[in-house]
Design a protein around this ligand. Structure first.
Ligand code: NAP
Length: 242
């Protein structure tokens, strides 16, 4: 049993990751920022799997909130270490660059890329002491290929991919792996307005993916089965882009 933290664990892909980490027997800390009822639902699902966990509210883009919540937990639990970190929280605010507002640029970068920095720089310290750790960052096809209308989102995700490759080389000697999972089109609240019928002919597997299919890849990279894989990006996109 290990302690795991999943940012944006209240809904969608993050929830499916929380449930699979619970299935693997881990204690799961479910981060959320606004939807406490959804975070509590995830916690109930974790308990249904016979594991335990807790919910933890913070906005990953707000460094003061992240510091207070995570350092508070670490102070209260001096004998425990968060050994699995999944940086999953993310938002999209699509807009052509010529029309993009500062808010659309800054919020998407602040949560996607800033969130990775704010959370990981705290959690990595315990992993370095423990000489074991798994960090999995949920990025996107958009960060690999670039998608029009998503310069903000593509930049955030590509930034995390670069940071993953750099960090994996900093901490490899300490048995800490750092990898990305890059989903394509996945059925969640984030893709609610996107019509599967219009897009599925672009996808070789002719359908959107499920949150559970992404969670399968994340839980594999977070497990003892992935001891010699680091600095990688694993695409879960039905063959849309390779
Ligand atoms: P979602 O259904 O919209 O859920 C987003 C999650 O992130 C929620 O749990 C939300 O918490 C949390 N969140 C948002 N802003 C946050 C913040 N500032 N601080 C902390 N938590 C925050 O999204 P999803 O589709 O599951 O996406 C999960 C990840 O996969 C994201 O990084 C996304 O970019 C990536 N992704 C998704 C797709 C896709 O097709 N769905 C494709 C590629 C990549 P609340 O419930 O409290 O709002």
């Amino acid at each position: 049993m290990k302690y795991a933290l999943v940012t944006g664990g209240s809904r969608g892909i993050g929830r499916a990751i929380c449930v699979q980490l619970a299935e693997a027997g881990h204690y799961v800390i479910v981060n959320y920022t606004s939807k406490q009822d959804e975070a509590e639902k995830t916690l109930a699902m974790i308990r249904e799997k016979g594991s335990d966990g807790e919910i933890m509210k913070f906005d990953v883009s707000n460094q003061a909130e992240v510091d207070a919540a995570l350092n508070g937990w670490i102070e209260k639990n001096p004998d425990k270490t968060i050994e699995i970190l999944v940086n999953n929280a993310g938002i999209r605010k699509d807009q052509l660059l010529m029309w993009m507002s500062n808010e659309e640029w800054n919020s998407v970068l602040g949560i996607g890329l800033g969130g990775f920095y704010n959370v990981t720089r705290i959690i990595i310290k315990g992993m370095l002491v423990k000489k074991w750790g798994r960090i999995v960052n949920v990025v996107s096809l958009s960060g690999l290929k670039g998608l029009p209308g998503q310069t903000n989102y593509s930049a955030a995700k590509a930034g995390v991919i670069g940071a993953t490759k750099a960090l994996s080389q900093e901490v490899g000697r300490r048995n800490i792996t750092v990898n990305c999972v890059a989903p394509g089109f996945i059925k969640t609240d984030m893709t609610e307005g996107i019509n599967e019928k219009d897009f599925k002919q672009l996808i070789p597997m002719a359908r959107f993916g499920t949150a559970e299919e992404v969670a399968d890849a994340v839980s594999y990279l977070a497990s003892d089965k992935a001891t010699y894989i680091t600095g990688q990006v694993l695409s879960v996109n039905g063959g849309l882009y390779s």
